[in-house]
Design a protein around this ligand. Structure first.
Ligand code: ADP
Ligand code: MG
Length: 253
C-alpha cells in the first residue's frame, strides 16, 4: 500500500480552481517532487495534504486512512511535517528553541501554543534540547545553536525550518521550495541535506524550482499546470513528455 494516496483532489477558491481533480500516490521511502509554473497549485496541494485547507472534492489517504480535512496538529502527530515557502520561524527565539518548538508540537500542541508555552517548560527540557542539538548538527547548524534566529543568514534559517520539521519525528516531510532564494553553494547544501533526510528513512515530498536539484533527488515527479495534473513519472519520463516541455520545462531549459 502507498504511504499517501490522493484521489480526485480539488479545491476551489471562489472561481479559482487552484487544484483540480488531481490523483497520485507516494510510496514510503521515496523522494517525490511536485513541479509546475508559479500559480500551478503546488503550495495549495501541500496545504491540502497538511491540513491547512479542506478539500472541495476528493480524498487524501495516509496508510489507507482518510485524512482529508484533519487539522495540521493532528496530522503532525500522525507523522506529517512540513516547511513553508515563506519562512515561518520565530525570529525572537534562539535557533535551538525554534527546533524545540517542533518537538513540543510532536507532544501534542499546535505551533503557536508550543511557542507560547515554551519559556515555562525550559527547565524540564534538557532531553529535548539534546535532541534538538543533534538535529542542528544533522542540518549543519550546530554553531548557531544559541544564536537568535533574527541574527542568522537566510540560508541557515531555511535549514533551521527543516530541523524543526524533523523534530516532529515525521514519516513524511513536505518541503516547499527549500532552496528558494539561496545561492548556488547553499542550494547544493540543501540538496545534500534532502538526500540525507531521505536516507534516514523519511519520505520526502519536494516543491522546488531548481530543476537540477529536482532531477538529482527525485524518484518520481508530479507536474502541475493550472491546478491540473499534467504528467507524472520518473525524471526521465517527465523530461521527455511533450506536454511538460511545452508547458514548463521548455521555458526553463
Ligand atoms: N487562500 C487562497 N485564496 C484564493 N486563492 C488562492 C488561495 N491559495 C491559493 N490561491 C490561488 O491558487 C492558485 C495556486 O496557487 P499556489 O498553490 O500558491 O501556486 P504555486 O505554489 O504552484 O505557485 C493561484 O492562482 C493562487 O492565487
Ligand atoms: Mg508555492
Amino acid at each position: 500500500m502507498a504511504l499517501l494516496d490522493v484521489t480526485h483532489l480539488s479545491i476551489h477558491f471562489g472561481g479559482v480552481k487552484a487544484v483540480q481533480d488531481v490523483s497520485f500516490s507516494i510510496d514510503a521511502g521515496i523522494v517525490y517532487s511536485v513541479i509546475g509554473p508559479n500559480g500551478a497549485g503546488k503550495t495549495t496541494l501541500f496545504n491540502l495534504i497538511t491540513g491547512v485547507y479542506k478539500p472541495t472534492h476528493g480524498e487524501i489517504r495516509l496508510d489507507g486512512e482518510s485524512i482529508g480535512g484533519r487539522s495540521p496538529d493532528e496530522l503532525a502527530r500522525r507523522g506529517v511535517a512540513r516547511t513553508f515557502q515563506n519562512l515561518q520561524i520565530c525570529m525572537n527565539m534562539s535557533a535551538i528553541e525554534n527546533v524545540m518548538v517542533g518537538a513540543h508540537l510532536r507532544l501534542d500542541r499546535n505551533l503557536i501554543k508550543a511557542a507560547l508555552r515554551f519559556p515555562g517548560l525550559r527547565r524540564r527540557d534538557a532531553a529535548l534540547r539534546d535532541e534538538a542539538l543533534e538535529l542542528m548538527r544533522f542540518v549543519g547548524l550546530d554553531k548557531f545553536a544559541d544564536a537568535r534566529a533574527d541574527a542568522m543568514p537566510y540560508g541557515a534559517l531555511k535549514r533551521l525550518e527543516i530541523a524543526r520539521a524533523l523534530a516532529m519525528k515525521p514519516r513524511v516531510i513536505f518541503l516547499d521550495e527549500p532552496a528558494a532564494g539561496l545561492n548556488p553553494k547553499e542550494t547544493i547544501e540543501v540538496d545534500h541535506l534532502v538526500r540525507k533526510v531521505a536516507d534516514s528513512g523519511i519520505t520526502v515530498v519536494l516543491v522546488e524550482h531548481d530543476m537540477k536539484m529536482v532531477m538529482n533527488l527525485s524518484d518520481r515527479i508530479l507536474v502541475l499546470d493550472y491546478g491540473k495534473k499534467l504528467a507524472e513519472g520518473t525524471g526521465a519520463e517527465v523530461r521527455r513528455n511533450p506536454d511538460v516541455i511545452a508547458a514548463y520545462l521548455g521555458a526553463h531549459a
